[in-house]
Design a protein around this ligand. Structure first.
Ligand SMILES: Nc1nc2c(c(=O)[nH]1)N[C@H]1C(S)=C(S)[C@@H](COP(=O)(O)OP(=O)(O)OC[C@H]3O[C@@H](n4cnc5c(=O)[nH]c(N)nc54)[C@H](O)[C@@H]3O)O[C@H]1N2
Ligand SMILES: Nc1nc2c(c(=O)[nH]1)N[C@H]1C(S)=C(S)[C@@H](COP(=O)(O)OP(=O)(O)OC[C@H]3O[C@@H](n4cnc5c(=O)[nH]c(N)nc54)[C@H](O)[C@@H]3O)O[C@H]1N2
Ligand code: SF4
Ligand SMILES: [Mo]
Length: 741
């Protein structure tokens, strides 16, 4: 029997609708769902093989336990949790609660464990919390916190109404976009141009996005903050500043004018490699176009000036009157409100409430930079990390200085990994716990709709019955174990308690038990979602408990039931102005020069004095057919040419005496790799590019192991990071190149 099912793709931030054809309990085809209200049929090669992950013979179905000879053996779930109890609890007893670290990897933000993992982290009662955020968007979130009083207040480019889109250090045609949820970036970029608008890409590499845009500006890696400061400088100097509506709630504009005074286009031309006149013209264009959106991502956020760069992006947006304005940079109004809670910072957003033990890094949103995790594991003393839980992550490939990271992971007394595969990190795990697959769970993009370029709500039920515990139940069982309930706690009791605790936190005045009992949904995640949808801005309310619903034009208020009845999603319309009401700052206003940024600004001055680089500058890249350090075990995606190559400019290749296919040694401060060269004029002179997430030398993924590639993070220096947010510098790494004979 053939049937069609609809669900949102959980693999990246674009939230595409998929149409899955099922025959005899197997997926036989995945296409884009043409009726999806957001993606309208768009999908990428990864979405079309989502079922290959589900069916991958190397995907784990049973837990693995490490044996004394270092190899893993399959175990029952009871054995696995008994082993965790045997290893983890004595570590915590002996070394204290802070000695357990937790690492939360990227797929968690796409998963149904997003609610329960928070309880797990709290139960650990440790300051050693690490996530992929510090190799990603930490700096952007710090700037959100300082400016808008809420690290979760992401301004997104209003892609469908903008006239000028300036993309800085992002490649959405390959990545499908990030911190700006929009299926079909390629189509939306084309749309801007078809409307007579202009798209410009600022990137050291002429990327797939640059090829699709009107203009490409090849900047020297790590210098965007200077360019942005110069743009602000010109806008002020030429009298082009006009805050429009933001005048009513933005303070300290004059202080910013003074702060960017030294950064003239001439002063930044040397370090950025961008001619002064080009910078001037860009500044005028940004100010004089009616609707401009600046959009920065990984290339802008993950470097030593990440927070300053994020702030400056918003300074340019604000002083040209493009914040919170149609076609500019706007804030979504999600159906289920964002998970961040500005109430955590009653006196305004801060970092550095506590510091890491060894290197003294300030916490940011309660986390330390993952760059310093090996320090905490390898340095003896009170508070040393001796055990760790790794949730859907691969720090052995995604974090800086992998050689030292692996040394650290191998030294742990207890490492528990929750992962669907054995990977380069979980090879060191004492226990690996594999959750149910992406098709065996419900899905709702709690994390990504709050950064949508339209307001959308779409929920998908599980396609198949889970054959093992779900991610959330694994979190709950670990939480129970850590709370002294033994290795086999009553998970259904924990589900109920967790739901009631959530209700109590959201609606403290009501009877949590009664409200929880009234919620729809089979899982903690779905019941949480039902609650948040009901009390959200389009919600059905909880009439039985005196909470009225919101009137939705031509429709009933939202609840899980309503979403379940709409498998192609519900379009809640284009973004609407939200300021100043959205601000979480103590005085409800924006301070354009937050104290933490002002204190850090002298550091930017030093970047002006940097001379021409002696070494090459290494940057990363992403491919549409790859997903960070995984999905390399899916043959359809990995077949064809080797993508793990070092891109080199033709003139540099000539200097080095190498051609495409030649091997070079790439040598950085902390390590080196030998990799084949790909000569291409799509990269700036003096810059080389290597994708991250390769180096599959741990057994467990047959296809990935056959084409391992090299691990670019062997070269990443953990000591270079943004001191405000802890965002690590994974781009602009100085390297020497040595041709191999
Ligand atoms: N040099 C360099 N380094 C980088 C980057 C870069 O651009 N350059 N990018 C950085 C960025 S932006 C990020 S987000 C990080 C990502 O880094 P991480 O979050 O540390 O790791 P991933 O590579 O995403 O690996 C995710 C793991 O989760 C598993 N997995 C997939 N789905 C599920 C699931 O549903 N449940 C569970 N339990 N496991 C699952 C996969 O098998 C895989 O092993 O890497 C960062 N590192
Ligand atoms: N296919 C695919 N899609 C993905 C992922 C994936 O691995 N594969 N990962 C997902 C994740 S976790 C994330 S966070 C997003 C990331 O989404 P993006 O940020 O769009 O992806 P990147 O390819 O890392 O783009 C960063 C760009 O910055 C450029 N760059 C490097 N250094 C600098 C610099 O100093 N200045 C400037 N201006 N540019 C610089 C790089 O050349 C690159 O083109 O993608 C997500 N989507
Ligand atoms: S773009 Fe992202 S969400 Fe869309 S199909 Fe591809 S991986 Fe899935
Ligand atoms: Mo990321």
């Amino acid at each position: 029997m053939t049937s069609l099912h609809y669900r949102t793709c959980p693999l990246c931030e674009a939230t595409c609708g998929l149409e899955l054809q099922i025959e005899d309990d197997a997926v036989t085809r995945i296409r884009g769902d043409r009726d999806d209200v957001f993606s309208k049929g768009f999908l990428c090669p990864k979405g079309s093989v989502l079922h290959h992950v589900h069916e991958d013979p190397d995907r784990l179905h049973q837990p693995l336990i490490k044996q004394t000879d270092g190899t893993h053996r399959e175990a029952t779930w009871d054995e696995a949790f008994a082993e965790i109890e045997r290893l983890l609890l004595p570590c915590r007893e002996r070394d204290g609660a802070a000695s357990t670290a937790i690492y939360i990897g990227n797929p968690n933000v796409h998963g149904s464990g997003l609610v329960t993992l928070q309880g797990l982290a709290q139960t650990l009662a440790t300051t050693n919390i690490y996530t992929a955020r510090s190799v990603d968007q930490a700096s952007r979130e710090a700037a959100n916190g300082f400016l808008y009083g809420d690290p979760g207040a992401y301004g997104v480019p209003d892609l469908d109404r903008t006239e000028l889109l300036v993309i800085i250090g992002a490649n959405p045609v390959a990545s499908n976009g990030s911190l700006a949820t929009a299926p079909d970036w390629p189509g939306r970029i084309d749309g801007i141009r078809e409307r007579g608008g202009h798209v410009m890409v600022i990137d050291p590499r002429r990327t797939e996005s640059a090829d699709r845009a009107d203009e490409w500006l090849g900047i020297r890696p790590g210098t965007d903050a200077l360019l942005l400061a110069a743009l602000a400088n010109v806008i002020f100097a030429e009298g082009l500043a006009d805050l429009r509506a933001a005048n009513e709630y933005v303070d300290n504009v004059e202080a910013v004018r003074a702060a960017v005074r030294p950064y003239t286009p001439e002063a930044v031309a040397g370090p950025t490699g961008i001619a002064a006149e080009t910078t001037r013209e860009l500044a005028r264009r940004i100010a004089q176009t009616d609707r401009t959106a600046l959009y920065g991502r990984v290339g802008l956020h993950t470097n030593a000036f990440g927070t300053i760069s994020s702030w400056l992006t918003d300074v340019v947006t604000i002083v040209t009157g493009n914040l919170d304005r149609e076609g500019g940079v706007m804030f979504a109004t999600p159906a289920a409100p964002s998970l961040s809670d500005p109430a955590e910072y009653p006196d305004g957003f801060v970092t550095g409430r506590w510091r890491s033990r060894v290197a003294g890094h300030p916490e940011c949103q309660g986390e330390f930079p993952v760059a310093t995790l090996p320090d905490e594991i390898l340095t003896p003393g009170d508070g040393q990390v001796t055990s760790m839980i790794c949730l859907a992550g691969n720090p052995a490939r995604s974090a800086p200085d992998s050689a030292r990271m692996e040394e650290a992971l191998a030294s742990l007394k207890c490492l528990v990994a929750v992962d669907i595969y054995r990977n380069e990190t979980s090879q060191y795990a004492h226990v690996i716990l594999p959750p149910a697959s992406h098709l065996e769970r419900s899905h709702y993009d709690l994390f990504f709709y709050p950064m949508g370029v339209r307001n959308i709500a779409n929920w998908s039920p599980p396609l198949f019955e889970p054959t093992g515990p779900t991610e959330a139940d694994i979190h709950l069982r670990l939480t129970g174990l850590l709370s002294g309930m033994g290795s086999d706690p009553d998970v259904s009791f924990l589900r109920e308690m967790t739901t009631q605790l959530i209700v109590g936190a959201v609606l403290p005045e009501l009877d949590a038990e009664a409200v929880a009992a009234s919620l729809t949904g089979e899982t903690v995640f779905d019941r949480f979602l039902d609650l948040m949808l009901r009390v959200g801005p389009y919600g059905a309310g909880l009439p039985d408990f005196g909470i009225p619903g919101q009137a939705l034009e031509g429709s009933v208020g939202l609840s899980l039931e309503v979403l379940a009845a709409n498998p192609h999603g519900i379009d809640l319309g284009p973004l609407e102005p939200r300021l100043p009401e959205r601000l979480g700052t103590p005085n409800g206003r924006i301070n354009l020069l937050p104290a933490a940024i002002e204190a850090d600004l002298p550091r930017l001055q030093s970047l002006l004095e940097v001379g021409p680089p002696e070494d090459y500058s290494l940057i990363g890249r992403r491919y549409i057919r790859s997903n960070n350090s995984w999905m390399h075990n899916i043959r359809v995606l990995t077949k064809g040419r080797n993508r793990c190559t070092l891109m080199v400019h033709p003139d540099d290749a000539e200097t080095l005496g190498v051609e495409t296919g030649a091997m070079v040694s790439v040598e950085g401060k902390v390590g080196s790799v030998v990799v084949p060269v790909e000569v291409t004029d799509a990269i700036a002179l003096g810059v080389v590019s290597l994708p991250h997430g390769y180096g599959h030398d741990a057994d467990g993924q047959t296809i990935a192991n056959d084409h391992p590639g090299v691990n670019s993070n062997l070269l990443t220096d953990p000591s270079v990071l943004d001191p405000v947010s802890g965002a690590c510098s994974i781009n602009g790494i100085p390297v020497r190149l040595v041709a191999q004979t």
